[in-house]
Write a protein that binds this ligand. Structure first.
Ligand code: FSO
Ligand code: SF4
Length: 542
């Protein structure tokens, strides 16, 4: 196997024996093949669009669902992935039969085989099948960005919203990663275009979320526990949470969020559920210990599964693109009602969660809420009470060197405010960093896709201060990444013209030296240093 799509890749170069995430070589092989056949399908649909045909929504959903399935730690279930390959081959064949000019299509478009041949084919189509370092680097950068975009599209689809242009781009770009005629420059342009559609994808999801659930508002979230048994919901899918909350009414079961589901509490819609008790635990990587202590069933709606311990494996359920062999999977496609009765029955036989902490955290600072505070914020900047905003969005992870982010947050000058989104927040959202004139020093916009909110806030500030360039704002970017959703967030920020982003804890292994150089030269992308050096770099001498 060879996989280097996430920040925790072995030795900062690539996982070759087994994934640091727990992915085994046989699963890695089927994921490679699933990506290959999905690229083939994308080439077919792109050609069909060029020939004037419309592509059914179900086919678009299949593409995004497939890519989402291959995101880091989303799906460890080989058979589920093999099923998706079969399904994709069937749809690809149907679509292929409609193409007039098949001579324009790459080999992947027409490829099909019996399951016994899957393994052999997988070994020929992985990341290393592209020999040129820079072409490989750009193809993978684009593919990972598209995986992130797919995740966001899928969440919007679950709320019955879609954007045909985004799907068409996603498939065109995916197909382009198979095209040997494209040069490094072509692929750099395509990378930037991916960022453009990344902004579009996050805007689509923002609209889907806020249309369905209202605008996030300042909210105190309980981090303690109640006295009844609970169900813990992790991942990012708000529609799954809604269905579960509906089905748990009058059941005597409480519902808690975990990790990236925390921001659900910020939406007005979810406040009507009296059994929606609070948030339990921290970022994804601490789940083994926390799931053990939760004592009730856990629903993983998306990625960020750590291979479960036997002590709670029978309590771990997956749904959507998530999967783990031996864990029960709750079925249900886009627009379908899922049946969570198994989890509810299971919860009834469990004892209440073990309390791991008490208190509250505050969040809900997405764009609409921040705009209503704009006067206050602008005043604080003008008076000098706030000197800088530090965007510290992205992911948390298990690497020890991520303690940098906690130490960096602690070392910030007292007149700096952190703007955050994504599970990166757990490195500093319980530090009690205080307020500036009533404005908390950690403003949490929501999930990683709500980085869109942070971009809107920056654009608004640019307008209010009458600036021509977003980079003239008193905003610095110190972003942590882990998996592929952070890649699309990064590309979206680059597309919006944001420069000098610091990316850590390590730069992606999939950036070849030349591609990394392009990012450094054109966008001032940099890694992180020591806390002390970086504080000096961002703020000058204290
Ligand atoms: Fe974190 Fe996981 Fe949101 Fe990611 S929970 S790491 S970038 O899935 O998606 O921030
Ligand atoms: Fe390794 Fe990350 Fe790939 Fe898992 S997703 S195999 S940890 S590079």
């Amino acid at each position: 196997m060879f996989c280097y799509q996430c920040q925790e890749t072995a030795g900062c170069t690539g996982c070759t024996q087994a994934g640091v995430c727990g992915k085994k070589p046989d699963v890695a092989a089927m994921q490679d093949l699933l990506v290959f056949v999905t690229k083939g399908l994308a080439a077919v649909t792109t050609q069909l669009r060029a020939e004037g045909r419309e592509i059914p929504s179900d086919v678009n959903y299949l593409v995004t669902f497939n890519l989402f399935t291959t995101i880091t730690n989303a799906n460890f279930d080989k058979m589920a992935i093999v099923d998706r390959i079969h399904q994709t081959l069937t749809v690809k064949k149907e679509m292929f039969s409609l193409v007039e000019h098949t001579e324009k299509l790459p080999e992947a478009a027409g490829w099909t085989a019996a399951e016994s041949e899957f393994e052999a084919k997988a070994s020929q189509v992985g990341v290393l099948s592209t020999k040129d370092d820079d072409i490989r680097s750009l193809r993978e950068l684009i593919t990972y960005g598209l995986k992130g975009l797919s995740a966001y599209s899928k969440h919007a689809n679950a709320l019955m919203q879609e954007d045909g242009e985004i799907d068409a781009f996603l498939q065109r770009a995916l197909a382009a990663t198979l095209d040997d005629s494209l040069t490094v420059d072509d692929l750099i342009s395509l990378t930037m275009e991916t960022g453009k559609y990344g902004v579009g994808g996050m805007a689509l999801l923002d609209k889907a979320n806020t249309d369905a659930y209202g605008h996030p508002e300042i909210t105190k979230v309980n981090i303690g526990v109640g006295e009844r048994p609970g169900i813990l919901v992790s991942g990012h899918d708000l529609r799954d949470l809604e269905m579960l909350l509906e089905q748990t009414q009058e059941s005597g079961i409480d519902v808690y969020t975990h990790s990236e589901m925390l921001p659900a509490h910020y939406y007005p819609f979810f406040k009507k559920y009296s059994n929606f008790v609070g948030n339990y635990g921290n970022a994804w990587w601490k789940q083994a210990e926390e799931f053990e202590r939760f004592r009730g069933p856990i629903l993983m709606t998306t990625n960020c599964i750590v291979p479960p311990r036997d002590s709670y494996k029978d309590r771990l359920y997956t749904t959507g693109a998530a999967g783990y062999p031996g864990c029960k999977h709750i079925a249900g496609g886009i627009g379908e009602k899922k049946d969570f009765s198994a989890l509810i029955a299971h919860a009834k036989s469990c004892t209440p969660p073990d309390e791991i902490e008490r208190g509250e955290i505050v969040g809900g600072f997405a764009h609409n809420q921040v705009m209503t505070l704009a006067g206050q914020v602008v005043e604080a900047v003008k008076s000098g009470a706030i000197k800088k905003f530090v965007v510290m969005a992205g992911c948390d992870g298990r690497a020890k060197n991520r303690s940098y982010y906690t130490e960096f947050a602690k070392a910030l000058p007292k007149d700096a405010v952190i703007l955050t989104a994504g599970c990166a927040k757990y490195k500093y959202n319980k530090l009690h960093l205080g307020e500036i004139g009533g404005i908390p020093r950690v403003l949490d916009a929501g999930q990683c896709n709500d980085s869109y909110s942070l971009a809107l806030i920056a654009l608004k500030l640019k307008e209010v201060f009458g600036l021509d360039d977003i980079n003239d704002l008193p905003v610095v970017y110190n972003i942590a990444w882990y998996e592929q959703k952070a890649v699309i967030v990064l590309l979206a920020l680059l597309y919006l013209g944001v420069k000098n982003i610091h990316l850590g804890p390590t730069l992606p292994a999939f950036l070849s030296p030349n591609v990394a150089n392009v990012l450094v030269k054109n966008f001032g992308i940099a890694g992180i240093g020591t806390v002390e050096d970086d504080i000096k770099l961002f703020f000058g001498e204290k």
